[in-house]
Design a protein around this ligand. Sequence first.
Ligand SMILES: [Zn+2]
Length: 84
Amino acid sequence: MLPKINQNKIILFVFILLILYVWILSVSQKMNDRDLNIIWVCTQCKQSFLFNSDMQDHKTCTGHSRIHKFDLLSGRMIDSIEMN
Ligand SMILES: [Zn+2]
C-alpha cells in the first residue's frame, strides 16, 4: 500500500526547488563577476560600482567613459578606462 500523497504539495515543492536553483545560479554568477578587492569609480558622476557588469551598464546607460578602477586594500588606482 502506498501512502496517500498530496500531488499538489509535491508540485509546489518541486516548483520552489526550481526557483531556488535559478536564484542560486544567478547569485553565483554575480559573485563570480565581482572581484572582491576592486571598486570602479566613474569620474564623471562619482558613482562607484562593485560589479564589473554594473560598471558596464553604467557606461552604456549614461555614456560616461572615464571610469577608474581602484584596489580597495591599498586604495591605489589600478587602471583608468577611457572609452570613446
Ligand atoms: Zn557616471
